[in-house]
Design a protein around this ligand. Structure first.
Ligand SMILES: *[C@@H]1O[C@H](CO)[C@@H](O)[C@H](O)[C@H]1NC(C)=O
Ligand SMILES: *[C@@H]1O[C@H](CO)[C@@H](O)[C@H](O)[C@H]1NC(C)=O
Ligand SMILES: *[C@@H]1O[C@H](CO)[C@@H](O)[C@H](O)[C@H]1NC(C)=O
Ligand SMILES: *[C@@H]1O[C@H](CO)[C@@H](O)[C@H](O)[C@H]1NC(C)=O
Length: 458
């Protein structure tokens, strides 16, 4: 199972791998223009308005009311600078309750803004608003925000980008930033899926598709036009901000014929390393650099794909979402209209779904909370000797090996109640969760601030 933690503690979320427990394009292109520059700037207050509302959305030939923020799927990007004060007024325009969680934000002394329903706040009722206020302290990179009430995060999620106050520690200049957000789509109503699961006590109905930026890609029925295509210029380097907002699936992701350089995970820089693919658990985020240095065939396209890392015998959605990198060469401009490769694309670089060796190797490359991982039962006499106390990755969500364990080190520097839970939504519904309490420190500066006046009550 995977437990995603809240933030503030940099507490890790343990997503345990016990059995099956694992733990439009349009919006994205606009993004580049909306983002503040990455140069340093003095702290400011950045304000956003989020309306939680229904919107009719069609995927896989199924049209249904989808829960969204501001009618967008995926939701709007929040882009801020390290040190900024952030105020997001969330207005609930639906009949159900809701909350929004800023996944990975440390929330130093502002636990009231963490958004975990019934943990740090009562939900925002229909017709009411709550303004989440927090300061971004000592974090930079890619995170996500998502609803944190029942299964609303199935469609209520988006990127949360933090620009650094100092220059990036990696040198490659990059041409543009490309968000790559994975999600899951159900043709039916997601609340009903959860209710049915709780009523019968079995696993939930599997999702009907994985999505890249809300688009499933042409391997699914009726989805040719719902395929993510990113145009790139030959020779240029791009920053991919990769987010796994899926509910229940750990995913492999790769781009055919291209190498990815991982530079940051969960808003903490990593020692850069090159890889042909990544493994990313629900709730995790990572920034990778991609150089468009290949010669495409006549289609001008290279496929990108995400599919699950399957570690159990229980049924899981084992389908594949794909998108394309489209080289902006003279040759490809002549292709009017651009056509998608019609045959099943070759998913070069993408590990097989059961490739635990790759997943383990990948996780071990992440270096930057004492953290160690292992298969089988934890052995208190032998395993601590293997802890990496030198350069372990610092994460808000950890993928626990299937049938295995993870050891975490946290610094209890942030008072409040933190919801440590499996970030596989089905497991949270079943109760794989706990409240982790950090008490106030001796100094007034180590005290939780008083609750805001507009904090929703029960
Ligand atoms: C779950 O799947 C079953 C079998 O396909 C179907 O009959 C049922 O309507 C689905 N439930 C929901 C809530 O989508
Ligand atoms: C992509 O990689 C595959 C497998 O290595 C190779 O056969 C193919 O020629 C490559 N395609 C391009 C366009 O580089
Ligand atoms: C995907 O899962 C289905 C049913 O759960 C199974 O029949 C199928 O063989 C699986 N496909 C792959 C490629 O593992
Ligand atoms: C919303 O939450 C409040 C407080 O817990 C609860 O009393 C109310 O019944 C909930 N409303 C709905 C529609 O579930």
């Amino acid at each position: 199972m995977q437990f995603s933690s809240k933030s503030a503690l940099k507490v890790l979320a343990m997503e345990g791998g016990y059995q099956h427990c694992r733990m439009s394009m349009v919006a994205l292109l606009i993004l580049a223009g909306l983002l503040p520059s990455s140069s340093s700037s003095s702290p400011a207050t950045r304000r956003f308005q989020f309306n939680v509302e229904w919107k009719e959305v069609t995927r896989l030939c199924h049209t249904k009311p989808l829960l969204t923020v501001n009618g967008k799927y995926p939701g709007p990007t929040i882009a801020v600078h390290e040190g900024d004060n952030v105020e997001i007024k969330v207005t609930n325009l639906i009949a159900s309750n809701t909350t929004i969680h800023w996944h990975g934000i440390r929330q130093l002394r502002t636990g009231w803004a963490d958004g975990a329903s019934y943990i740090t706040q009562c939900p925002i009722r229909g017709g009411q608003s709550y303004t989440y206020k927090f300061t971004v302290v000592d974090q930079r990179g890619t995170l996500l925000w998502h609803a944190h009430h029942s299964w609303q995060r199935a469609s209520v999620y988006g990127a949360l980008i933090i620009y650094p106050s100092m220059a990036y520690p990696f040198s490659a200049p990059f041409q543009a930033e490309i968000p790559i957000i994975f999600g899951e789509w159900w043709n039916g109503d997601v609340d009903a899926v959860e209710n049915e699961m709780m009523m019968y006590g079995g696993g939930p109905n599997l999702s009907d598709a994985y999505t890249i930026n809300g688009l499933p890609g042409l391997l699914y029925p009726c989805s040719n036009k719902d395929t993510f295509i990113q145009t790139v210029d030959h020779g240029k380097t791009y920053m991919l901000r990769i987010i796994n907002a899926a509910l229940n699936g750990e995913l492999f992701f790769a781009i055919a014929n291209h190498t990815l350089t991982v530079v940051e995970a969960d808003a903490v820089y990593t020692k850069p390393f090159k890889t042909k693919a990544i493994m990313i658990a629900p709730g995790q985020t990572t920034t990778v650099l991609l150089t468009a240095n290949k010669v495409p065939d006549s289609s001008g396209m290279f496929v990108m794909a995400a599919r699950p890392y399957v570690t159990s015998v229980f049924p899981s959605d084992n389908s594949t979402a794909i998108g394309f990198l489209r080289y902006n060469t003279k040759r490809t401009e002549e292709i009017i209209p651009p056509t998608l490769p019609s045959s099943t694309p070759q998913l070069y670089n993408l590990p097989q779904m059961e490739d635990t060796a790759f997943a383990t190797k990948f996780s071990n490359k992440l270096r930057s909370l004492a953290s160690s991982r292992g298969f089988g039962n934890f052995d208190a006499s032998k395993d601590p000797a293997k802890y990496n106390l030198i350069d372990p990755p610092e994460r808000n969500t950890v993928a626990v090996p299937s049938g295995g364990w993870a050891a975490l080190r946290i610094k209890a520097d942030n008072p409040g109640v933190w919801f440590v839970h499996c970030h596989l939504e089905a497991h949270t519904s079943w109760g794989l969760a706990m409240g982790f309490i950090v008490k106030n420190g001796p100094d007034p500066s180590q005290h939780l601030l008083p609750p805001p006046k507009d904090l929703p009550s029960c």
